[in-house]
Design a protein around this ligand. Structure first.
Ligand SMILES: *[C@@H]1O[C@H](CO)[C@@H](O)[C@H](O)[C@H]1NC(C)=O
Ligand SMILES: *[C@@H]1O[C@H](CO)[C@@H](O)[C@H](O)[C@H]1NC(C)=O
Ligand SMILES: *[C@@H]1O[C@H](CO)[C@@H](O)[C@H](O)[C@H]1NC(C)=O
Length: 554
């Protein structure tokens, strides 16, 4: 363990709250993914996965030359993920000479990867001489032994880095995407994992459909065939269906439903990356507002139609210096918390055996470092950990719905500092609020306290609430709708903000409501997120007398 990583108190804590076991198989209950429930209504299972690529040139799960398989599984658990989206190339299941005969060693040698062979020999000797398909099964089974759920994702046909418009793997009818062979491969993979691996909870039918041949008519035709094929041999797994245009577009489902013969197993998936658009060329509030709206139009509406939506790929440059990605991530975090969506981060891989002919290629989007031995950037991981536990859903109705105030650019929430003071802190124990029809924010447990803005640059305070006139009224400003603004008693308009030295909640002049691309409003972004989760208990600061406990707000 020593050469492994230092698990901070925060990660240990996560382990405690996320390491609950679910009763498989999973199914869906309106927009939620739920467990078996054992006769009762199932409890929500929030997929918070990391992608583990196993579809590149060698068709071997990456990283096994760097660390022992079980250690990597342990790392995934200790980073707080509860599941892995494990990618596979179609030919692993359809080309017998390839998958059933070729061993890991032979596949690595084929690409001249002698160092990877020695690394494998040192770290995973028992896997090195297994046929590729058996090695794949070993990975899924190690994940299962660590109680991690697995989603099998058919990422590409011919093993290699994915994806471009003209790589022959983009759409049905392309050189390497013969629909019949695809269905055969899905069937094979679904049956390999039927009746044996209950931790394999879902199958993504095909990654990022794209390219000149893509069309809606064939999408309905082949996706239905693929979905039925998987379900008929493995009725336990969730069937996960992706959209067009690199998994960005499911908008056509608004007009025409996707019909399958089975119920409560269908999930839709999308991808969302910062590099798909420029987050720097315009006012950031405007960009975030616009991109969020676009996502809702292309796929987010499916939640309201009663389907789970799984963001099966999003990710950022973990070096932290990519401004475009950092801007994207804050906007993403706000929406992901707000919708309390299921997701999978791209990627676990710190490096690849070989990618596009580059040997031992570093992956700056990897949560693990090049050695696969420690977390590349614990600041970013900690931020993302805020959206690992579910905020709501079946079985989580521990309290009445209330609002917590989430700060997406830090992954923290507004918590109590003292009787009347607020600061940013862990979302495990956020303060919860009620919003009155007069836009007053009061605490939901200690209702006699409301949020009051004093002067520009000063702390906001909780104030005893004898009448609404003593409280500030708050409204959401800017095109991102994430700036909470109020008017001070001197008539100055201010926005909620964070003091960067103390993390105290203060009010400042509202930033970047319009104009300059360079302006950065992220410290003023707050999202009111609905939560029914009870926080880890602490005594209210204020004991409420029975007299005052009556609702003060309508
Ligand atoms: C799984 O088990 C069921 C019931 O025993 C059986 O009918 C089915 O053929 C099995 N499926 C596979 C793919 O082995
Ligand atoms: C991690 O990311 C943060 C925030 O983006 C950045 O400031 C920091 O430099 C990064 N740290 C490392 C070790 O890359
Ligand atoms: C990888 O690990 C080795 C041994 O622990 C260490 O010497 C080396 O600096 C690490 N390399 C990187 C790029 O992290």
């Amino acid at each position: 363990m020593e050469r492994f990583f230092i698990i901070s108190v925060f990660l240990l804590h996560l382990l405690v709250i996320t390491n609950i076991s679910f009763a498989f198989p999973l199914s869906t209950d309106t927009r939620w993914i739920v467990d078996d429930g054992d006769g009762n209504r199932g409890r929500r299972v929030k997929l918070t996965c990391v992608n583990w690529p196993s579809h590149l040139e060698t068709a071997v799960a990456e990283g096994l030359s760097k660390q022992p398989l079980d250690l990597i599984s342990e790392e995934i658990v200790s980073m707080g993920f509860n599941c892995v989206r494990l990618t596979w190339p179609l030919y692993l299941a359809t080309d017998e000479s390839f998958s059933g005969v070729m061993t890991v060693r032979q596949s690595l040698r084929k690409f001249g990867l002698s160092e990877a062979v020695s690394g494998f020999q040192a770290n995973n000797p028992s896997i090195l001489d297994l046929p590729l398909i058996k090695a794949f099964q070993e990975v899924a089974s190690s994940l299962g032994n660590h109680r991690l759920m697995v989603i099998l994702d058919n990422h590409i046909s011919k093993p290699g880095w994915c994806c471009s418009d003209n790589d022959g793997n983009g759409f049905f009818g392309d050189k390497d995407l013969n629909p019949n062979l695809w269905i055969k491969g899905l069937t094979k993979m679904a049956s390999i994992f039927a009746n044996v691996s209950s931790n394999v909870v879902g199958m993504s039918l095909r990654n990022e459909l794209r390219g000149p041949k893509q069309n809606i008519k064939d999408w309905y035709k082949y996706m239905r065939l693929g979905a039925e094929a998987v379900h008929s041999v493995n009725p336990d797994v969730l069937v996960i269906v992706s959209g067009l245009n690199y998994d960005a577009d499911l908008s056509f489902l608004r007009d025409r439903p996707f019909e399958v013969s089975f119920k409560r197993k269908l999930v839709f998936e999308i991808h969302w990356y910062g590099f798909w658009s420029s987050w720097e060329g315009d006012n950031l509030n405007k960009i975030c507002g616009r991109e969020t709206e676009k996502i809702m139009k292309m796929s987010g509406f499916l939640l309201e139609k009663g389907f789970p939506l799984f963001v099966s790929e999003f990710g950022i440059d973990q070096r932290g210096s990519n401004v475009n990605d950092n801007r994207f991530l804050s906007c993403f975090m706000a929406l992901a918390a707000d919708l309390d969506i299921d997701w999978a981060l791209w990627t676990l891989a710190g490096s690849y055996y070989v990618r596009d002919k580059r040997i031992d290629s570093d992956e700056s989007y990897g949560v693990l470092d090049w050695n696969w031995s420690s977390v590349r950037n614990s600041t970013i991981l900690q931020m993302i950990s805020a959206i690992q536990p579910p905020f709501q859903g079946p079985g989580l109705m521990e309290t009445q719905p209330k609002k917590i105030i989430f700060h997406p650019s830090s992954g923290l929430c507004i918590v109590r500092k003292s009787l009347f003071q607020l600061k940013l802190g862990s979302c495990d124990r956020p303060e919860s609020f009620r919003v009155s029809s007069h836009r007053v924010l009061s605490l939901s447990e200690e209702r006699i306290l409301c949020l009051k803005a004093y002067e520009k640059g000063k702390s906001v305070k909780l104030r005893l609430f004898f009448s609404e006139t003593r409280c500030s009224k708050w409204k959401l400003l800017s095109e991102s709708k994430m700036q909470l603004s109020s008017i001070t008693k001197n008539g100055v308009s201010v926005c909620l903000d964070v003091d960067s030295d103390t993390n105290n909640i203060v009010t400042n002049k509202c930033k970047c409501l319009e104009g300059k691309a360079i302006c950065d409003p992220k410290s003023q972004w707050f999202k009111l997120v609905t939560s029914t989760r009870s926080r880890i208990k602490h005594k209210p600061f204020l004991q409420i007398s029975p007299f005052l406990q009556q609702p003060l707000l309508v």
